[in-house]
Design a protein around this ligand. Structure first.
Ligand code: URA
Length: 436
């Protein structure tokens, strides 16, 4: 077999066999096939696509390229949740304890932030002492004892995807549905989930800017999961504005705590209830969405979801008193208000611009090596649909010691992000579709 023949076959619209896909993935992993050939192949896939069988085979080859986690020592149906990436998305911080309080074990590996999107692991590290690293035995024991653990990716999970994703990032081949679907699902399969709830973001701040493309991506991932025996559902949720009000690590933990207390932003609470309901149904703890939602709400109202978060934080060496007193989490020194230049109604808030502005303040990483500041970020004062008078505060920047020029740049990014129109704006749906 030769890589060049496989590239040519895909370039000309052919269907690759499992053996051909395995040859490419294994050859790339062990260094026998060079970057330039895989780049050419990825571009061929970008233009020609792959069918469901090819996408499933690519997923399995990447899942098999490294460690596979066997969660079977943990009793119960382990349901994983995955978001395709948004700004202000702190749903894992809410859902891990909430769903665990309802009896579905959550054994979650999460990532760090890069570029305009944040990462759950960085956010949780805003809690003093919180440890995101633990060995397999302790991870299993914690999930067994308290029902939830959220850790960083440990071991050698899907090394082929890691290498391919880095290459796609610099060859303009990220936005390919079969490549995204296989990349996401290979990690979920290798991490051992029995069932998977996907949160596919749609809109200006998402990978997929249109609803049609988002549904197509969701369907590709659901098909892979179902084909591989994992019950999978996908919720298509809005990313035409950030989720909630806070963007930045400690700010997002604070908002997650408020949501667990029942007084968080309505959009965040609603997305968590929708995703959490699917997790409960797939986890066998509720017969339908109605029952699941009632269970989740009861765990918020009686304080057991917040209590579960405290237990999880304590078990991971974090200071659980900060959950009770969130003001003790890292806080910035300076607050800069960004004021509206015109009056009208907020029509949209470019989530990506807000994410980049938060990154400029130090909340996110420009490169993998960047050091982040857990206290800084942005708190939105106006969201889509809100009326705005000229001079009103649109958002507040939480700043530590970002240089003047970076702060100025962040202010203009926030101003650019807000689209203000003279006409009143109808409320936007939070969830557009469910793909099963
Ligand atoms: N997230 C992933 O893990 N992979 C992709 O290809 C895109 C988003």
């Amino acid at each position: 077999m030769r890589a060049v023949d496989i590239i040519q076959k895909k370039r000309d619209g052919g269907e690759l066999t499992r053996e051909e896909i395995a040859y490419l993935v294994q050859g790339y992993s062990n260094g026998e096939i060079p970057d330039y050939q895989i780049s050419a192949w990825a571009m061929a896939v970008y233009f020609q696509g792959m069918n469901a069988r090819e996408t499933g085979d690519l997923t399995m080859e990447m899942a098999n390229s490294g460690d596979q986690i066997d969660l079977s020592p943990i009793a119960g149906i382990k349901v994983d949740k995955h978001s395709t990436g948004g700004v202000g998305d702190k749903t894992t911080i809410v859902l891990a304890p909430l769903v665990a309080a309802a009896g579905v074990p959550v054994a979650k590996m999460s990532g760090r932030g890069l570029g305009h999107t944040g990462g759950t692991i960085d956010k949780l590290e805003s809690i003093t002492g919180f440890s995101v690293e633990m060995d397999r035995e302790r991870f299993f024991a914690q999930v067994g004892e308290i029902g939830a653990a959220v850790i960083g990716q440990s071991g050698n999970i899907t090394p082929a995807d890691k290498k391919l994703y880095a290459l796609r990032d610099v060859t303009a081949t990220v936005e390919s549905i079969p490549l995204i679907a296989s990349s996401v699902m290979s990690k979920k399969i290798a991490a051992g989930a029995d069932a998977i709830v996907l949160d596919v973001k749609t809109g200006s701040g998402a990978f997929m800017k249109t609803l049609d493309r988002s549904i197509e991506l969701a369907q590709a991932m659901v098909d892979i999961g179902t084909h591989l025996g994992r019950n999978t559902v996908a919720v298509i949720s809005d990313m035409d504005q950030p989720l909630g009000f806070g963007i930045g690590n400690a700010l997002e933990v604070k908002e997650g705590i408020e949501t667990l207390m029942g007084r968080g932003p309505k959009d965040l609470e609603e997305v968590c209830l929708i995703l959490g309901s699917h997790m409960l149904v797939l986890g066998g703890k509720a017969k339908d969405d109605v029952e699941a939602r009632a269970i989740l709400k009861a765990h918020i109202e009686d304080g057991s979801a917040l209590e579960k978060f405290k237990q999880m934080v304590g078990a991971q060496n974090g200071d659980a008193s900060q959950i009770e007193f969130p003001d003790t989490l890292p806080t910035a020194k300076t607050f800069i208000e960004v004021k509206a230049a015109t009056s009208g109604y907020v029509e949209g808030i470019q989530a990506e611009e807000i994410g980049v502005a938060a990154m400029l303040l130090g909340a996110g990483r420009e490169t993998k090596e960047s050091v982040i500041d857990l206290a800084v970020g942005i708190h939105l004062s106006k969201k889509v649909g809100d009326a705005v008078e000229q001079g009103n505060t649109l958002a507040v920047l939480h700043v530590n010691d970002a240089s003047e020029s970076k702060v100025r740049e962040a202010v203009s990014k926030v101003l650019e992000a807000y689209r203000i129109t003279p006409e009143p704006v109808a409320p936007q749906p939070l969830v557009y579709a469910l793909v099963t």
